[in-house]
Design a protein around this ligand. Sequence first.
Ligand code: FES
Length: 171
Amino acid sequence: MDVAQAKNICVDESEKNIDDQMEEILASYTGTKDELISMLQKVQVRFGYLPESAMECIARFLKVPESTVFGVATFYAQFKLVPTGRNIIKVCRGTACHVRGGARILSHIKKTLGITPGQTTPDREYTLETVACIGACALAPTMVTNDETHGQMTTKKVDELFKSSDEGEDA
Ligand code: FES
């Protein structure tokens, strides 16, 4: 399918910026149902989550009910249905971290950011998540900011991390 054909699939959408990009994404597919997961992955890489209009567009492209696309998107944990923040904070909730004060770290971050796990700050700066174990139990309690692992966390170290992150932005 070429770009012009893909464009016709999305003409009804109001979110034009997303539509323009969907044309580009869908143009590399033939329109078979087994391409659905790959399409969703590409959309998520592009937008950081799966916008509703993008999923509707895929449904029309594949000629399947929207519920089919939403069903797949909600089944797999890898897919995010809401926008994430520029920084992803993951706090470990595994046993090793728990016994070494992980709950206190999580509670402090929740209070500092004013959000709970699964939420994003209104300015879309931070998304807070929890994980079962990040595989660095010897460093418990641990947390990850984007791809960087931080061990032996204390509330003071959390404050320093956020402070340095804010200063990095101001620079
Ligand atoms: S339990 Fe937290 S890193 Fe393994």
